[in-house]
Design a protein around this ligand. Sequence first.
Ligand SMILES: [Zn+2]
Length: 77
Amino acid sequence: MGKFAVLVVLVLVVFWLVRRALLAKRQGPPPAAGATTDGELVSCAHCGMHLPRAEARLAGDRVYCTDEHARLGPRQG
Ligand SMILES: [Zn+2]
């Protein structure tokens, strides 16, 4: 009886760990615009500087390093 209870608890713990790992993988839904992830480096559409996507400013389907560059828009020429 005791061993059976331990087995049940073990199965539940493994199930919980697997579920948690699966949920952690898709933490935060990706933006509809593209198949990008949080850790990905993106380049500013204005100056070309690379920065983590989490720190980038989004404007339409482009990303910028600062609010100022987002306001200026993509670099012309
Ligand atoms: Zn920039």
